[in-house]
Design a protein. Structure first.
Lengths: 308, 44
């Protein structure tokens, strides 16, 4: 019996375990928003270079995800949602995860710089550093505002995709950044409300644990209110057309409506099914997909180089 | 540090599947760099 426990760590990890380190589900949203930033930007990029840019964004996100799991292996082991990840399962050693993360990150930045452009590469490098170091290592275990700050990491992909095409930072990509930044707290806190016990167990200061549920619910509402005018701003400043603008108002209106029952409700007890919270979380994922799809659709319909 | 025949077989299987995966990734990058080169030369 003893033999099997020692060989478990001695056996080389399978490639699927490395793939799991990149957080494929998070990556799908990253790839999508990055691709939308690229498609919505005014100007033209060679399809091969566009593909390369999106690939680099995905590789960078995967590298940052691997570094995150390398750093948080002990925490992950203590939470139901993350206990199945390769490191807590003992499927690979931590050094492999770290090296894999560093290699992916460095390769993504270099390829982006050489193939697409160094401004996009610099922002990609900044986003990886922001997620792996500023968020994961520094702020996540220290402040209940961790999610607000961490939202910045997830907000980079459309900015990078846009800059890959235009080669410059303008108001529109910064607005796209701001929209995801503002979207992340209500998205994540809705989740944190119904997995609260897990975060409390491993000592991560998530908002519901530190400030209490009522404060978290109020803050979800505040961010949802701010998201409404912010998401429509690309239309107001002429950076996007009415297709996007109306979609943004409808989607953000629905987001706000779904956040109201979350904001003005109290947990009824241990048996509470947390339906409004789960509904808001589920919709928040759909919201981001639909909003960015609308941005691309808008550009395809109204076309050419509106103010950027 | 000796392995049973079953462990040895599992070790080889994992090694092999990782080698294949890495090989495919490398071939993919070779192709990618080829097409990037073509694209960048074409745009100049």
């Amino acid at each position: 019996m003893e033999v099997s426990t020692t060989t478990a760590t001695r056996l080389p990890a399978e490639w699927q375990d490395f793939f799991a380190l990149t957080k494929p589900r998070v990556m799908s949203l990253v790839v999508f928003t990055g691709l939308c930033g690229l498609l919505a930007a005014p100007g033209h990029i060679h399809p091969v270079l566009g593909f390369t840019a999106v690939l680099c964004i995905a590789m960078g996100a995967g590298g940052a995800g691997a570094l995150n799991q390398w750093w948080e292996a002990d925490l992950d082991a203590g939470m139901k949602r993350t206990a199945g990840r390769p490191l807590p399962q003992g499927k690979m050693d931590r050094t492999s995860a770290r090296d894999f993360g560093v290699a992916l990150s460095v390769a993504s930045v270099l390829i982006m710089g050489l193939a697409v452009g160094w401004l996009a590469a610099a922002i990609l490098a900044l986003s990886i550093f922001y997620y792996a170091v500023i968020y994961t290592i520094w702020l996540k275990p220290r402040t209940p505002q961790n999610i607000v700050i961490g939202g910045g990491a997830g907000a980079f992909p459309p900015l990078i995709g846009w800059v890959a095409v235009t080669g410059e930072i303008t108001w529109m990509p910064v607005l796209l950044f701001a929209i995801i930044f503002m979207w992340t707290p209500p998205h994540f806190w809705a989740l944190a409300l119904f997995v609260k016990t897990d975060y409390a167990k491993v000592g991560i200061p998530m908002m519901p644990v530190v400030a209490g549920e009522d404060a978290t619910r109020r803050q979800i509402l505040v961010y949802s209110i701010l998201l409404l005018p912010l998401s429509a701003t690309p239309w107001f400043i002429g950076g996007a057309g009415p297709v996007y603008g109306i979609a943004a108002l409808v989607l953000s209106g629905a987001f706000l409506l779904l956040s109201l029952p979350v904001a003005f409700r109290k947990r009824t007890g241990a048996e509470d099914a947390m339906k409004p919270e789960k509904r808001l979380f589920g919709f928040s994922v759909l919201y981001l997909f639909a909003l960015f799809a609308a941005l691309v659709a808008d550009r395809l319909i109204w076309g050419q180089g509106m103010a950027s | 540090m000796s392995m049973t025949p079953e462990e040895e077989a599992e070790f080889r299987r994992r090694q092999r599947s990782r080698n294949i995966a890495l090989g495919l990734v490398l071939v993919g990058f070779v192709l990618l760099f080829y097409f990037i080169t073509i694209a960048r030369i074409g745009s100049h």
